[in-house]
Write a protein that binds this ligand. Structure first.
Ligand SMILES: NC(=O)c1ccc[n+]([C@@H]2O[C@H](COP(=O)([O-])OP(=O)(O)OC[C@H]3O[C@@H](n4cnc5c(N)ncnc54)[C@H](O)[C@@H]3O)[C@@H](O)[C@H]2O)c1
Length: 362
């Protein structure tokens, strides 16, 4: 941890013990582009992998020099060397794997969304509780440099009382790469804005209610909403919103991903580099003003790392720390149910055209 008034503590860090045996279930795009690159960089102990498409598991194992390819999930779950199952399969497949892994006594890092329904997400959390294992969810956007640095400023009260939080994203998402998602009735909030809503909770706590307006694109290329405006109202004078647009035709130079937090004593603003071309992106940018440090000087630190892949160390490190301290991981299953309440409140809001309290989702 760095110190001094201008030091920003935003990088995910592994706990004292980090040699837990990890087995990967789902050797697709996100484990290839984000999980394994960052796990390998930090020397994590990858025991083996499994994918329902054996050829995909072989390609993955070859790329990351993984010696063990399991031929079935049960074989993976029976391996005593495996402490943590790192699951990255379509959300509809997740519950069945979680229930089996929990029964086998394995801890789990699940991918977001934990489930496509609130009822199944609760079943995931219940299975982990009954199996006396720890379940965390990969809401790694919390550890993206911009958001983690903003959290650090808020934690140190350098912005005073928060009054405004905004995340504005306007880019072109290549939905054709994920044919399975293009046909879903729930797209942006459940699969993308879930990160932004989770970040708002991380930064500011629980909103009282959410109002969302969203729509699919006019050309019918996606079934669900791919443009949303999400307004969050808090018990204090804080107000927040997310604007997420996925069909920007203006070319890469016109894309943006901005965030801004205002408080009674300061402002932090910058850009979310991860949006500028998955999976590589560009570094996040940040600048901030805190009247507690200086009345009118903007501070412009350089942030290292990104939403992809560096932030992916965060949820795994937090899960490992939880196994040592007994405290819940930052993005525990229980915590994630609150993010999902907000997500499903967003859909209820779109459907019923009114502000919805997350508590309405049970
Ligand atoms: N946290 C993030 O920012 C982030 C980013 C991208 C994707 N994701 C999530 O990660 C998950 C996977 O996404 P992806 O882009 O890697 O998809 P993908 O389709 O590229 O990979 C999924 C893999 O899972 C395998 N699979 C499917 N069902 C399985 C089962 N029952 N058992 C074992 N393997 C199975 C598939 O064969 C495939 O190789 C999704 O839930 C997605 O929402 C999260």
């Amino acid at each position: 941890m760095t110190t001094g008034p201008f030091a920003l503590n935003y990088k995910p860090a592994l706990p004292a013990k980090s040699d837990y045996g990890i087995a990967v279930v789902g050797c697709g795009s996100i484990t290839t582009n984000a999980h394994l690159p960052i796990y390998r960089r930090h020397g994590l102990n990858i025991i083996g992998c499994f994918d329902s498409r054996p050829a995909q598991a072989e390609t993955f194992a070859r790329q990351f020099s993984i010696s063990k390819i399991y031929s079935a999930l049960d074989e993976l779950l029976a391996d005593k060397k495996v402490d943590i199952v790192d699951i990255a399969v379509p959300a509809t497949e997740q519950l069945a794997i979680v229930q089996r892994a929990a029964a086998a006594g394995k801890h789990m890092l699940c991918q977001k969304p934990l489930s496509e329904t609130f009822a199944d997400a609760r079943k995931c959390v219940k299975a982990a509780r009954e199996g006396k294992v720890t379940l965390a969810v990969n809401q790694q956007f919390r550890w993206s440099p911009a958001i983690a640095a903003t959290k650090d400023l808020l934690r140190r009260s350098l912005l005073g009382e928060p009054t405004l939080g905004t995340i504005q994203v306007n880019a072109l998402t290549p939905w054709h790469k994920w044919e399975w998602i293009r046909i879903k009735k729930t797209i942006d909030v459940l699969y993308t804005s879930i990160h932004f809503l989770d970040a708002m909770r991380h930064l500011f706590g629980e909103p009282l209610r959410i109002f969302v307006s969203g729509t699919p694109p006019p050309d019918g290329s996606c079934a669900g909403e791919t443009r949303t405006i999400e307004v969050l109202e808090y018990a204090t004078t804080l107000r927040a919103y997310v604007h997420d647009e996925h069909h920007n035709i203006g070319g890469r130079d016109d894309w943006y991903g901005f965030y801004r937090v205002e408080g009674t004593e300061g402002i932090v603003k910058g850009s979310l580099g991860g949006l500028f071309g998955f999976p590589t992106g560009v570094p996040d940018k940040i600048s901030y003003l805190s009247r507690k440090l200086h009345p009118d000087t903007w501070i412009v630190p350089t942030l290292e790392g990104g939403w992809f892949p560096e932030a992916f160390l965060g949820p795994m490190a937090s899960l490992m720390e939880s196994l040592q301290t007994g405290k819940p991981p930052v993005t525990s299953g229980e915590d994630n149910l609150r993010t999902l309440q907000l997500v499903f409140a967003a859909y209820k809001s779109m459907e019923e055209k009114r502000a919805v309290s997350p508590e309405e989702i049970q």
